[in-house]
Ligand binder design. Structure first.
Ligand code: UD1
Ligand code: MG
Length: 423
């Protein structure tokens, strides 16, 4: 069965405090590669085709709502009485509906959408009322453990604080991510009681409750156990950023991009890079950026939002580009800032050239044609246009348009005062 045939609702748990972040901000609005953790989770929910996304908020809810707006619906959990209690707060969104509900955490932001699609598919094809995403960790401390029977079926999830010494030895853990049958979950949550070491309503109890009712439950082990890592402090924030960085860089290398040093190359989500392009070290490419084939980028290049770079372009060292289009064969080799700029084909931008694109109020455009030669240390005061086949003399501050096939020169003539130091 295809996912499309099933109604999928996603519920995101985001009421927790996150005190270990040591921050005035909600943990869920901390960022990885410029994007809030909770926003990443919402995008994940969108990618799996959720018909509705419900976010359970509590602590600093206004910060989360400011980021997500009306992209999701909100349930409010006033007191943090456990993950089962969090689901109870969202009951009105689930009651009377059919299909599957996927549970995600707002602070577990780097799961692959394919993993969730596989989880949903397994729950549909195996006809399970609950399917738990699990992982195997050498050190499972802190996680709920997956207790299976002799036949290998999941019997229950036991929290660390409630576990027997034998159960603590289990290395298969609960990720906290599940796919439930909506109606079965709504029924089961009313049977959860806080009779446990933490006095909390555990969502995990639903597995045992469903098993007792004879409703089939199951588990799916995630192959790459870094996907289900969560963020509790700034150290984990860095760790997840590294995991994501490696994943993105590996994807580009598999697609034919050379990355000389993945450890110092920061390519944010959604960047497109063509085959045979080489990325030198210490390069950051962020935002919505498309780079063509056979380009050379870096070292120490900074390519920001809205850039379009065609094939066979060189963007060299200490070059920053923002909302800039560079056509094929053009060289932007060193110490250059181009912002809000369009550059044609086979043009050379000299060392030290900058666009003066911001007048303090507005951002203005600079247009540079094909086959141009911009000398070193040129200031292009926008709005300004340089026609095709034109040259700009080094050291010029260009404030007026330069027509085609022309030389633009805007600098003081040099005066040599002979014998000046002999006087
Ligand atoms: C939970 C699971 C545990 C699993 C672990 C994975 C339960 C009882 N235990 O542990 O089996 O291994 O996740 O990380 O479910 N939250 C709320 N409201 C609450 C409580 C939590 O919104 O009342 C949110 C938190 O903000 C967080 C998520 O739910 O995003 C998980 O809560 P957390 O306390 O980190 O997980 P545990 O209960 O320790
Ligand atoms: Mg807890």
């Amino acid at each position: 069965m295809e996912n499309e045939e099933q109604n999928i609702i996603t519920l995101i748990m985001a009421a927790g405090k996150g005190t270990r972040m040591k921050s005035n901000k909600s943990k869920l609005v901390q960022k990885i590669y410029d994007k809030e953790l909770v926003k990443r989770v919402v995008e994940l929910a969108e990618k799996i085709g959720s018909s509705e996304i419900i976010t359970v908020v509590g602590y600093l809810r206004e910060q989360i709502e400011a980021v997500l707006g009306d992209r999701v619906q909100y349930a409010f959990q006033e007191e943090l009485l456990g993950t089962g209690h969090a689901v109870m707060q969202a009951e009105r969104f689930l009651k009377g509906k059919k299909g599957k509900v996927v549970i995600l955490y707002g602070d577990v932001p780097i799961i692959r959408p394919e993993t969730l699609k596989n989880l949903i598919n397994k729950s549909i094809t195996a006809k399970e009322y609950a399917t738990v995403l699990t992982a195997v960790y050498e050190n499972p401390t802190g996680y709920g453990r997956i207790v299976r029977d002799e036949g290998g079926s999941i019997k229950a999830i036991v929290e660390e604080k409630d576990a027997t010494p034998e159960e603590k030895e289990i290395k298969e853990i609960n990720s906290g991510i599940y796919c439930f049958d909506i109606e079965a979950l709504v029924e089961a949550i009313h049977e959860i009681t806080p009779n446990n070491a933490q006095g909390e309503y555990y969502l995990t109890d639903v597995i045992r409750i469903m098993n007792d009712k004879g409703l089939k439950t199951g588990a799916m082990i995630v192959e790459d156990n870094t996907e289900i890592l969560g963020v509790n402090d700034r150290i984990q924030l860095e760790l997840l950023t590294k995991v994501l960085r490696t994943r993105i860089n590996t994807m580009h290398m598999r697609n034919g991009v050379t990355i000389e040093d993945s450890n110092t190359t920061y390519i944010h989500d959604d960047v497109v890079i063509g085959m045979d392009t080489v990325i030198h070290p210490n390069t950051t490419i962020k935002g919505d950026v498309v780079i063509g084939e056979n380009c050379e980028i870096g070292p120490n290049a900074y390519i920001r939002e809205g850039c379009r770079i065609a094939d066979n372009v060189k963007v060299g060292n200490f070059v920053e580009l923002k909302k800039t289009t560079v056509d094929s064969g053009t060289k932007v080799p060193h110490f250059i800032y181009l912002g809000d700029c369009e550059v044609g084909k086979n043009t050379n931008i000299g060392c030290g050239t900058i666009t003066c694109n911001y007048d303090g109020v507005n951002k203005n455009k600079t247009l540079i044609g094909d086959n141009c030669f911009i000398g070193s240390n040129v200031n292009l005061v926008a709005p300004v246009k340089i026609g095709n086949n034109s040259k700009i003399a080094a050291g010029s501050t260009i404030t007026e348009d330069v027509p085609e096939d022309s030389l633009g020169i805007a600098r003081q003539r040099q005066i040599n005062k002979k014998g000046y130091y002999k006087k």
